[in-house]
Design a protein around this ligand. Sequence first.
Ligand SMILES: [Zn+2]
Length: 162
Amino acid sequence: MKHRSIHIGVAEGAVHAIRELKASSNGREMCGFLLGRRGESSIDVQTIRPAENIYEAKESFAISEKEYADALETCRGTAVQIVGIYHTHADSARPSEQDRRSIALSSLVWLIAGQSGDGQQEWRCFLQDGGTIREVPMTCEPTGVHAPAPATPSLDLHIIRT
Ligand SMILES: [Zn+2]
C-alpha cells in the first residue's frame, strides 16, 4: 500500500514556546499537547498546551490521564483538537524504545525536540500509519496555518526530512 504523504506545519509561536520550555528544562524532558487541525494531507499545529511530566526519571516522560482529559475538555467546542504530543530530549531527537512503543499505540503525531551533537536544534515528527512508525516532514509556519511553507525554515531548526 502506498503511504499517503502527510506534512506537519507548526506555527512559529508554538515552535518558540517549545524552545523556551526546552531551554528552561534543566535536562528534564518537557512534554505537552500539540493543538490544531488535522487534514487529509497536512496537520497544522497552531498552539501547544504544556503538561506536567509525571515521571521522576530524567530521560522519560508521561502525561497523566487527568491532564489528557482536561486538554480534551478545553478543546471541546473549539476549532482545535489534540493533534499530537510533543516532548523534549536533551540529546538526539531519535525516539527511544519507550517512545516507539507509545507512538505505535497512538493515532497522534509525535514531535520530539532534541538537539544534535553540535548543539543544533534537531526536531523530528513521527506517526503511526498502518502499524508502522513513519517519520513525517515538518516545517515552521511563520504566520499560522494558512501561510505557505517558507523555502527555508525561518528559525535555525535542524529539520530532518526522510
Ligand atoms: Zn523520548
